[in-house]
Design a protein around this ligand. Sequence first.
Ligand SMILES: Nc1ncnc2c1ncn2[C@@H]1O[C@H](COP(=O)(O)OP(=O)(O)OP(=O)(O)O)[C@@H](O)[C@H]1O
Ligand SMILES: [Mg+2]
Length: 285
Amino acid sequence: MAELHSLRPAVPGVRLVPPAEPDAQVRVELRNLTRDFVLPEGIFRAVDNVSLSVREGEFVSLIGPSGSGKSTILNMIPGLLESTSGDILIDGQPVTSGGVAEKVGYVFQKDTCYPWRTAKQNIALGLEVAGVPKAVREARVMEAIDKAGLSGFENAYPKMLSGGMRQRVSLMRTLIMRPGILLMDEPFGALDTHTKLEMHKLLLDVWESERQTVLFVTHDLGEAITLSDRIVLLSARPGRVKDIFEVKLPRPRDAVRIRESAQYATLFSEIWHSLGEEFVKGKAE
Ligand SMILES: Nc1ncnc2c1ncn2[C@@H]1O[C@H](COP(=O)(O)OP(=O)(O)OP(=O)(O)O)[C@@H](O)[C@H]1O
Ligand SMILES: [Mg+2]
């Protein structure tokens, strides 16, 4: 797998890594995934018969209204939550067979910084647990700090950092473990528009160089178009795959300029209509 210290800024106009090929290896596969919850009033289906696959190096977004089962799906992939029926395969192996943890990185909506550790110590956490020698750890952490634009704040505690900075710390703490598969659950959902764009730039920059296989949950369509190769649209409760859209905008992408392009506008209005129907249905329930 590519190393974090090989991260470098995307060179404008130059594709560093070829796009995910249609015949690239499938890394994450969901087959007829269903999840029910047992409530006092009866059995409630949150996710209904969802099938999708994410290929090596592909960036796929899962979009849908609140309650459409996005987090439920994401939580089932590494086995944080059991499925009611259906299969989840990572590199062709059922997740129940183990060995998933070291392949998968998970970034949550809320930053998960420990308040008693500095930015540097938070980012180093996984490396410490993995027993990586101090000198190697230090070098990799400082590189991540630099990459995330956190230089000068490495010894700051989370309460001294802005929300965007804390989320960068959380992101880097996951990326520094070099997961080949990245699961992200609305990681920028709590951020203001400007900070969100900064995070898109950072994530695009890292991903253009490293090409992790990403499944990214959001209900922000602009974010999904900016980042993704494909967008999987879920219906309102229970979550079913309603539509899948290809995003063929050229890469590397500029998180700000891309929103000015005609292709972006066309894609946005095409998906918006379908997504809007589900927002209305979700609200009506
Ligand atoms: N542990 C649980 N017990 C009962 N119901 C649950 C549980 N977890 C989720 N649900 C229900 O399953 C449905 C899907 O929830 P989920 O959190 O996956 O939605 P989501 O698409 O991630 O929504 P949001 O965009 O608001 O994060 C919701 O109706 C939710 O109330
Ligand atoms: Mg959610």
